[in-house]
Design a binder for this molecule. Structure first.
Ligand SMILES: O=C(O)c1cc(=O)[nH]c(=O)n1[C@@H]1O[C@H](COP(=O)(O)O)[C@@H](O)[C@H]1O
Length: 241
């Protein structure tokens, strides 16, 4: 993989409060990353119009990360609206269950890719037990992720979102599922609220197709330089692997 291909696989989340800041980041990082992610904060503030604005300004691919988690018909209809917006990637939560995932996959057909969110990178075993999962089930988060990945595959979804800790097991079991990995932290960046983290090189070597990297870039003194550093670390990691 060369530098250009690696950049295409970096997703920058526009986790900012408004359109002005979002478009400033799009201009600042133009050509350095392949995908811009619009998540709950920006979408709640600006609505669907922000998707059109980011698309127009960047020409990059758009990942709408609203993590739909609802009954099948509601998910199906919401996916249809995302299709109207012409986004490239969209998240649905695994806990919505097989019927909702299937409905999402069918509604997305031919237009966008559905990514199934598995176990959030901010969650520890204790957090998972607190929401009612058994100690046995959370002993191996990989197993839990694999169950959700299997559901994604069976339902006809295109990929999953998981931490770098689980990605190699997912790739081994389901080589055709796209893997999107957040919770990515270069050795020089702070961990913030992420728990199950890995460096960009570790995540890429483990088999991540896309890396979501926000604050390590956003909080860097020179964000474009930070992306370049990340890309060269990934390149080096892949060459050495
Ligand atoms: O679906 C996601 O993108 C996601 C899933 C997950 O398990 N963990 C996670 O951090 N994310 C998102 O990935 C981004 C991570 O941002 P940073 O922690 O700033 O790199 C945020 O936009 C999160 O919403």
């Amino acid at each position: 993989m060369d530098e250009k291909e690696i950049k295409e696989r970096i997703i920058f989340p526009l986790d900012v409060p408004d359109r002005t800041e979002a478009l400033a980041w799009v201009r600042r990082l133009g050509g350095e990353v392949g995908v811009f992610k619009i998540g709950l904060e920006l979408f709640t503030a600006e609505g669907p119009e922000i998707v059109r604005a980011v698309k127009e300004e960047s020409g990059a691919r758009i990942f709408l990360d609203l993590k739909f988690h609802d009954i099948p018909v509601t998910v199906e209809r919401a996916v249809a609206r995302a299709l109207d917006l012409k986004v490239d990637l969209l998240t649905v939560h695994a806990l919505a269950g097989r019927a909702a995932l299937r409905a999402a996959a069918l509604a997305a057909e031919g237009g966008l890719k559905i990514l199934v969110v598995t176990v959030l990178t901010s969650l520890t075993r204790a957090d998972l037990m607190e929401v009612g999962l058994s100690a046995e089930l959370v002993r191996d988060i990989r197993e839990l992720t694999l169950k959700m990945a299997s559901l994604a595959r069976i339902s006809g979804c295109h990929g999953i979102v998981c931490s770098a800790k689980e990605v190699s097991a997912v790739k081994e079991a389901f080589p055709r599922l796209l893997t999107v990995v957040p919770g990515v932290r270069p050795a020089w960046a702070s961990q913030d609220d992420q728990v199950r983290v890995a460096t960009p090189a570790e995540a890429a070597v483990a088999g991540a197709d896309y890396l979501v990297i926000g604050r390590p870039i956003r909080q860097a003194p020179d964000p474009r330089e930070a992306v370049k550093k990340i890309v060269s670390e990934i390149l080096k990691g892949l060459e050495e692997a």
